[in-house]
Design a protein around this ligand. Sequence first.
Ligand SMILES: [Zn+2]
Length: 131
Amino acid sequence: MKLRYEYEIAAGHRILDYSGKCRFLHGHNYFFVVEIEVEELDEVGFVIDFNEVKSILLELDHKTLLRKDDPLADLLEANGQPVVRMEGNPSAENIALWVGQRLRERLGNRIRSLRVVVWENRRGSVEYRYP
Ligand SMILES: [Zn+2]
């Protein structure tokens, strides 16, 4: 059985060690397409509750996504701004990976395949696939 869920969030970010204009703090409306395939449904009869997928995406909504060592992270948090610290730069690629890893943690070995597409704007998207 395969589930498909689409959702849009707004988030800020910046890319460190990069010479393009994305090194400056700015934001996007990220559009997500999540596809999850499992062998067997859970006890309730779901692949996964749509709300669980949504809640993972909402962890990023209206937050500033920063590389964990970005000096802006402490400054923003000290001023009451919510920050999500990521292992690497908060590129669309790493955001897709972040969401994919959370879904994998949630689904464990029930998962047969997973696809997380992140559209950063109307022109460009990236895709995380598992396995
Ligand atoms: Zn950007």
